[in-house]
Design a protein around this ligand. Structure first.
Ligand code: PHE
Length: 493
């Protein structure tokens, strides 16, 4: 966007709302409750809060400082630090882009459920309905040539919405959408949680998450899970915070902003989980199914267990749409954030306008997403998710940690952060970023490798190999292509 004027947020509030919108996503709504429950309930809060302060906020601060100091895209920042590092930026962005292609599909499924929820059209067996009527799922690759029309339509709608938002100017698109959707999301969640608490059996649910199992704290997996949730939930290393911070005006209070965003994101997931668990408690009481058997995450929670619970409620046609609307809003504000960093790097290097970049990125993204609109879609999505999230993304975050902590002159970042903020950052931050954070990410990454590569069927191996090739070859090409914008090669001090 060099020939275009550099975009800037019209107010600090818009930046905060966009940042919270980027962080609050599917992970907060359907991942957190299960992680909390299965790792010790109330006692999980200890590793969670430590991870949030020590690691999560520390890394968000790195992204803010780098984005704010360089005021440019990830690819140009890494090129400026060392021209050999440019491919790393494109690797990160390719991974983020691929994650978006299936993230949008899940938001599309949610859109389908939003429509279904008004009439509880999933009937008495939501499990079967989800796999047969919604996904037309085959759990092998044989359905790759069978398009599932309803999923395709929902993916088209979400991609169109995302395209319309990101092609508009920063404040008119992402800014306005965040200003509208985020307050709405908060209102919906408050109604959802208050209503859930009034259901019979609610206390069976929420008391579970707050009853601590202290012995869990001795388990290293619990600490890794807490850290993993923070990485996922705050969207660490995905170039979102970095890109959004590069649009901040001079004099912005970076540390204060980072704390506000991180607290809001965690507050949202903790508060929302009270509602989810109250509903599961209600369901356990009404159906007689053991609470343990109901707790699940991801699509299982949203599209199977939740519809089952709604079937048992007379007011299900109100609370259902609210819940699916919540996921829709949270999903859209995260999807646009995921794409903004990708678009910024492309438009800056190749001197494309915002509109042209949005059109290219959304078209290619949509074409990839169509794979998930086939009968094998959910099967392939599972493989994409495991590989990209547990393996590729963590590796990218590790690289970023090493680059910003070791290759770049770190003290510069400290000055940038402390310049205007009321809360100052001390030397301990440096130790965290240089030593503790990379060690923890490495631990998560090794754990991710062990779980991802457990699956040894030939289809998974083939898909993973294709993804790996894309993640390595595309960045190589993009970094080799000459920049259309001469400024790209000017090193920023
Ligand atoms: N943090 C967001 C969420 O919880 C965005 C995100 C998307 C994070 C994809 C990781 C992967 O959904």
């Amino acid at each position: 966007m060099s020939s275009n004027k550099k975009s800037q947020w019209d107010s600090n509030l818009t930046f905060i709302l966009a940042m919270i919108g980027s962080a609050v996503g599917l992970g907060n709504i359907w991942r957190f409750p299960n992680v909390l429950y299965s790792h010790g309930g109330g006692s999980f809060m200890i590793p969670y809060i430590i991870s949030l302060f020590l690691l999560g906020i520390s890394f968000v601060l790195v992204e803010y400082a780098v984005g704010f100091k360089f005021r440019t895209s990830l690819s140009k920042i890494l090129y400026s630090i060392n021209s050999k590092l440019e491919p790393v930026a494109w690797i990160v962005l390719t991974i983020v882009f691929l994650i978006t292609t299936y993230y949008i599909c899940v938001v599309g499924w949610d859109l389908i459920y939003l429509v279904l929820s008004f009439t509880k059209a999933w009937g008495s067996n939501p499990d079967l309905y989800f796999s047969q009527n919604v996904l037309h799922a085959s759990d092998s690759i044989s359905g790759i040539f069978t398009i599932v029309p309803n999923v395709l339509v929902s993916i088209v709608i979400i991609w169109l919405a995302v395209w319309v938002i990101i092609r508009a100017d920063l404040n008119k698109g992402i800014g306005n959408v965040s200003r509208i959707l985020l307050p709405l999301l908060c209102v919906i969640v408050v109604i959802f949680v208050i209503y859930s608490l009034t259901l019979p059996g609610a206390s069976i649910g929420y008391s579970q998450i707050f009853s601590p199992n202290w012995s869990a704290l001795a388990d290293p997996d619990v600490w890794l899970a807490a850290f993993g949730q923070i990485v996922f939930s705050l969207s660490l290393g995905m170039a979102i915070a970095l890109t959004y911070a590069s649009y901040l005006p001079e004099g912005s209070k970076l540390v204060d902003n980072a704390l506000l965003v991180a607290f809001s994101n965690s507050g949202f997931e903790i508060f929302n989980s009270i509602g989810i668990f109250s509903i599961l408690g209600f369901m356990a009481m009404t159906s007689g199914i053991a609470f343990n058997d109901l707790v699940t995450e991801g699509t299982g929670l949203a599209f199977v267990v939740f519809p089952q619970a709604l079937n048992m409620m007379q007011t299900g046609f109100i609370i259902g749409p609210l819940f699916f609307l919540c996921i829709l809003f949270a999903g859209i504000t995260s999807a646009i954030a995921l794409l903004e960093g990708v678009c910024y790097s492309i438009s800056e290097k190749f001197d494309f306008s915002r509109k042209k970049t949005a059109a290219i990125v959304c078209t290619v993204g949509f074409l990839i997403s169509t794979i998930f609109a086939t009968a094998s879609g959910s099967f392939i999505l599972g493989i994409f998710d495991a590989f990209l999230n547990n393996f590729a993304l963590l590796f990218a975050v590790l690289l970023e940690c090493i680059i910003f902590g070791w290759v770049y002159d770190f003290d510069e970042l400290m000055t940038t952060l402390n310049n205007n903020s009321r809360i100052k950052i001390g030397k301990s931050w440096k130790i965290i970023i240089k030593y503790i954070l990379p060690a923890c990410i490495f631990g998560l990454w090794v754990q991710g490798i062990l779980t991802t590569f457990e699956e040894e069927d030939p289809v998974s191996i083939t898909i993973r190999t294709i993804l790996l090739a894309v993640i390595l070859i595309l960045p190589f090409i993009l970094s080799r292509l000459p920049a259309k914008n001469e400024d790209f090669y000017e090193k920023i001090q």
